[in-house]
Each structure stands twice: as structure tokens, then as C-alpha cells.
Design a protein. Sequence first.
Length: 271
Amino acid sequence: MRIRLFALSALALAAMSAHASVSINAASDTYAQNFDTLSANAPRGALFGNDSTLNGWSIYKSDATAGAFYYTDDGSGLFGSASGFHSLGTGGSSDRALGVLPSADSTFGNPAPAAGSPAGWVALSATNNSGAALSAFTLGYAGELWRQNDGSPSSTLTVQYGFGSSFAGVTSWTHAGAGFDFSTPSMATAGAVNGNTVGHVAGLGGTVGGLNWNNGDTLWIRWEATAVTGGNTMGIDDVSLSVSAVPEPSSIALMLAGIGAVGFMVRRRKV
């Protein structure tokens, strides 16, 4: 179901801000986001400013324009079944998840995305300010189902990453792997469910290695929502991002020297 909202010019302006990514300040840094600062009491739509409502977080529609607003709901009622972005949680609880209902309609772009194509993205940007090159990141999050719509196929969030000074500046996106993706489970009956409960939530993620994430470069991680006819309301919560550095050449040399010394001692003992 699509609900039309007539946006004021202030709404569009609020979604446009200078890029402010999460700063990775050390080679062993860890970042976490639980989305609990999202509104819990604005069912008709709250403003979402990219990189400002949540530092480093953005929402985009299929035509790469900013999402601009989100509903607040628990998956039930008129707005719980509305296509678009959502702040999800039970009642007025401050325990929130950042969600999306990716219907194949013009809520997500002009022209509307076709079923099976990207409806939109939730994106996190992180800039390496550690002073060293980073070789890997570990991402963890909870994927949650908050509503299954009647006759809708499973909805999916696919995790991809890339490097660029802006979302549009990423020239190549790489799939993080199947263990990172969320597909909504199939329920016996349609309707709202509690996305925090067993059977409706899944812990996902893993480690991506072999990177050359140079100091000063920005990593983008995005959750791509696939457009479907109808669509299910789903969200992400409890995101954690940790990093590891490329070993310094001197450290590698010391490690190899240590391995060589151990091998020498083993050979001596065998003589």
C-alpha cells in the first residue's frame, strides 16, 4: 500500500547535508548503532536528514535521491503497511530499528522501481582516520521482520560495500556474502509481528578481508532492499562494525624471523 505525503521544501532541505561519516580512529576501533534515537511517536512521518539524524547514516530511493522521511510504527495499522522507510518498535518504546517496506511503486523513485530491482538503500559510511591502512572489517547486525503483507513474497536486504567520497561516488559495489543478507521468514498469516522475538529476528554478518582501506578513504556499507509487489516491513538493528589493520612491514619481518628461529630450534633438536 502506498500513502502519499506532500513534502514541504523544508523536508527536502533537511535531507541534504554535508557528508559526515563515522570516524574510525584506531586500527582496533569498534562502532555500534542501535537506532534508539529515532522517533517513536511520529506515525505520519518524521524528517530524516542524511548524515545528521544519525551520524554516518543515509537512506536513498532507487533513483538515488534522499529518502527524506520515515514512518514510526510497529508494523500494524495504516502506516505499518505503507511503502517507504520506517522506525520500527513496539508501541512508543525507545527500542527502535531502522526499517523499510520496499514495494515496487513510486514511493521509491520516479520512475517506480520494477519488481526484482533495487527499491532503495540504507547506507552507513565510515572514514579511516586511524593513520594506517586497514585490511578487514567485521560487520554484525540483527535483521528483523515486523510485518508480512498478504500474498507478498519474501523481502530481502542484500549487504554490499564500496569506497568513495560519497554514496554516488562509489564506482563499484561488492556483495559482502550470503551470511550478511536478510530474507524475511514466511509467516502462516499476514499481519504485524514483534520483530524482536524468536522466529522474526536473525543475527547476521561476518568478516570481509583482503581490503586496501587507506587512511582518509571512506568505506560505504549499504543494505539494498529489493522491490517486490506488496513487500514486507523489515528492519536492521544493533549494528556493530570493527576493523583490523594491514601489518607493518617491520612486523611481518619480525614474525617471519620468529618463525625461522622456531624452525631452526626444531631442526637442532632433531639432530
